[in-house]
Design a protein around this ligand. Sequence first.
Ligand code: UDP
Length: 191
Amino acid sequence: GASVSVGGLPIKPYHCLEDAVSAIINSANMEGGFAVAVNAEKVISAMKDENLKDCLLSASLLYADGISVVKTIKSKGVVNSRIPGCELWVELMKKVAESGQSVYLLGATEETNKATAKKLKEQFGVHNLTRRNGFFEDEESIIDEVVRLKPEIVTVALGSPRQEFLIAKLREVHPGAFYMGVGGSYDVFVG
Ligand code: UDP
């Protein structure tokens, strides 16, 4: 259905994870994009910070990853359910394993990032993967690396709003990729 405004952010409602997967993940092709998981904290932060709001509005898709966002949408008469970003990311990685698309895995500690890459390779069959932990000195080196590697899929685990701001910068230099901010998803994934 059409997007529903929550605190000025247009959120796309989905009936279930499967619907979100087919709409979001299956469209994560060469055309590029930026999917943002929205929870109450992000809505409130965006209300207080015009730059963050602009950044979130620049995304190609905002989805409800927070029960109060889901409830707000329901209160406007629109059926929807919570789409956990972490689960969406796992589905994206499954799709990437099938398609052979290149992935740039950014963020989390070196230990977590390395373990995530290993699990993705060994258990999911994701082979076209480059990675970098989230404790880098300067953003420029990340930006340069993305320009050089031109990955098709970029997932960023730095926490919000840092990951969203960095993705906005990366899209300026490499607009063709599909981007997702994933917060603590790698930590969850490797347990
Ligand atoms: N992180 C990072 N670099 C930093 C600070 C944090 O890569 O300088 C990582 C951290 O290791 C974790 C993720 O960012 O994997 C943040 O997860 P959190 O659950 O705090 O994010 P949220 O989902 O709450 O935005």
